[in-house]
Design a protein. Structure first.
Length: 175
């Protein structure tokens, strides 16, 4: 019962972050297209031009989108793996390897979230802004941190899921 609830929560969080990341990418694509069209219209003297600070916007938006996709990728076991010897190992060994790999991803996700948090505090403390828009950099870190925290939470669930599969192989759910 509790596992089922955690499973639903992990899927909800991961899917929600992925949808937010996708929405961010769509907005970035549209803004980039508008900026390019504006740049192309400069010679026509129509009063149009590129979007000011499009590089700043793209940089922050892409970082946030990448972190937003990490939880879903982790939940779906979509990270790169080497399966060269997987078929040679017994099923139990493969499930134990899954636990070790998920523990490693939890460690990486936790360290990443922690370092993003410290970086955000640093940018906030020194009032650092982007070059063109003068947008506070800490807000970009915060957007990325949201994805990193959800990544760590989902990675923790994946450790539970893998550990559960070691103890009870029949409980292993299909992805």
């Amino acid at each position: 019962m509790m596992y089922s609830y955690l499973n639903r929560c992990a899927h909800f969080l991961a899917r929600g972050m992925a949808l937010l990341g996708g929405a961010a990418l769509i907005v970035l694509i549209l803004l980039t297209c508008v900026s390019i069209i504006g740049r192309a219209l400069i010679p026509l003297n129509m009063g149009l031009g590129p979007i000011k600070g499009i590089y700043d916007i793209t940089e922050i938006g892409m970082a946030a989108a990448v972190f937003a996709f990490l939880p879903w990728c982790q939940l779906q076991r979509g990270h790169a793996s080497v399966d060269l010897f997987k078929s040679a190992y017994p099923a139990l060994m493969n499930r134990i390897i899954d636990v070790v790999v998920d523990l490693g991803m939890l460690l990486i996700a936790s360290i990443g979230a922690w370092r993003l948090y410290l970086g955000m505090l640093d940018k906030l403390r020194y009032n650092e802004t982007t070059l063109i828009l003068q947008f506070p950099v800490w807000q970009g870190y915060l957007a990325s941190l949201a994805g990193a925290v959800v990544f760590a939470v989902v990675a923790a669930f994946c450790v539970l899921r893998s550990g559960r599969a070691v103890v009870n192989p029949l409980a292993q759910e299909s992805l």
